[in-house]
Design a protein around this ligand. Structure first.
Ligand code: PFF
Length: 443
């Protein structure tokens, strides 16, 4: 069977940017940046994006395009004993999807709630009442999972590429519109100061600085979708002539621009209403609904905003689902619809348990964490760093640096920029830094 391909490099670029841009940009970045020294965090983030993000993206794409296989078989094709790197990625993709899809379901619920009502009322009570219910959040989660399954079942260029091409322009325009409006609110400048001014009062010692560094690294990994085999999979559908170096610069650039725009759109709103900024579900489902409820035209802004978050979450989730489904398609020769359907069934079932762990099953904990929190911990603190670490070793040492360079240069068609630095980063710097995040985040 002929392997599917992106219809153009632009299609790949938008799909890979769609994978990178997700909840990580919209609900994590603004808060993490603001509460970790503002501009200090931004500078470190930028350095790490260039130093770690670009080389790791290049390595993942090169492995995928050279082998034209799913993550597990791609790693195995490079060395028969190294399939475990891809396997860690596929397991990680399952784990991330199992909670990402639950949150995607909440986003859908809020979107529909604002379509029906002009205000949600007490935002805290609304959120807690909803997520702890046994059935309703599960149904929204299943709806979100079904959307992802439908897109992946349509295939690489007809499904994933098509939705990604709509996504990025819509996201940019909506964020610019919301940002423009947010900046006119009284007190907006406080939000910008939180994000952009360096706040040295948060850094008293070397250990404060190290902890900011570790957070910045974790955010680079999560935000760029590194270490989960999604870019190996997306890269495997890429034309041999596409310029990997250009893609490895543009993907982080898009991701950064969207994260900054999200900060400019969200933080001024939060500060203007005298709220404390927060991260994660607190920001999206408690603070922002409060803001929308109390602002003129807030309902329409809420609908635009939640539709946007939904699109961002879907284009990230489909990259994870594709990297699981590709294994079943390549390795077991399943047809695409069966592969997408069964992979969805798998993560959706774990997702049901995750959703129930917010309410009905909340007394059940493992290592002191609810199932939901455990999944987040497992993916962010264990599987992603493991995947990233071994990917560096696989690409730069096991495969061999010169083979990787040959792939990156499309067999000599493009000149390689900074080959010495790339080699040093993939062989030494990136693995060492990942080991540090891993150790610090575990202990
Ligand atoms: N990058 C996505 C985000 O920022 O929300 C999350 C993600 C997608 C992580 C795909 C890992 C992945 F493989």
């Amino acid at each position: 069977m002929k392997r599917e391909q992106w219809s153009s490099n632009l299609g790949f670029l938008l799909a890979a940017a769609g994978s990178a841009i997700g909840l990580g940009n919209l609900w994590k970045f603004p808060y993490i940046a603001g509460s970790n020294g503002g501009a200090v965090f931004l500078m470190l983030y930028l350095v790490l994006l260039i130093l770690l993000g670009t080389p790791l993206l290049l390595a993942e794409m090169a492995v995928g395009r050279a082998t034209r296989l799913n993550a597990i078989d791609a790693c195995r094709a490079i060395h028969p004993r190294w399939g475990f790197v891809g396997a860690a990625g596929v397991v990680g993709a399952f784990v991330i999807l199992s909670y990402y899809s639950v949150i995607g379901g909440w986003v859908l619920k809020y979107l529909f709630a604002y379509m029906q009502h002009s205000r949600l009322g007490d935002a805290d009570a609304y959120y807690t009442g909803f997520v702890t219910r046994p059935l309703e959040p599960v149904l929204w989660h299943l709806l979100f999972a079904a959307c992802c399954c439908g897109i992946v079942a349509f295939g690489v260029s007809k499904g994933i590429e098509r939705i990604s091409k709509i996504f990025l322009p819509v996201l940019l325009l909506t964020l610019i519109a919301i940002g423009g409006y947010a900046l006119t609110l009284p007190g907006a400048s406080q939000g910008l100061r939180f994000l952009f001014l360096p706040d040295f009062s948060q850094i008293h010692s070397f250990s404060d600085f190290a902890s900011i560094l570790v957070r910045a690294m974790g955010q680079v990994f999560f935000s760029l979708s590194i270490g989960m085999g999604t870019l190996i999979t997306y890269g495997s559908y890429l034309d041999r002539k596409a310029n990997l170096q250009k893609n490895a610069v543009l993907i982080p650039l898009f991701d950064l621009v969207i994260a900054l725009l999200a900060g400019i759109a969200i933080l001024p709103c939060v500060f203007s209403f005298g709220l404390e900024p927060s991260a994660g579900s607190g920001l999206l489902f408690r603070s922002l609904p409060y803001v929308f409820d109390h602002m003129r035209g807030g309902r329409w802004l809420a609908i635009g905003f939640f539709a946007l978050v939904f699109l961002a979450a879907v284009t990230s989730a489909i990259s994870l689902l594709e990297s699981i489904a590709a294994f079943f398609i390549d390795h077991l020769h399943w047809n695409r619809i069966a592969a997408a359907g069964l992979s969805t069934l798998g993560f959706a079932l774990i997702g049901v348990a995750n959703s129930l762990s917010m309410g009905l099953w909340n007394s059940f904990t493992l290592f002191g964490m609810s199932l939901f929190d455990l999944m987040v911990f497992l993916s962010d603190n264990v599987l992603m760093p493991i995947g990233g670490f071994f990917l560096c070793i696989l690409a730069s040492r096991i495969w061999g640096f010169s083979s990787m360079l040959r792939e990156i240069s499309s067999n000599g068609q493009y000149a390689i920029r900074f080959p010495g630095a790339l080699r040093w980063i993939l062989r030494w710097l990136a693995p060492a830094m990942i080991l540090v995040i891993f150790a610090v985040s575990l202990f």
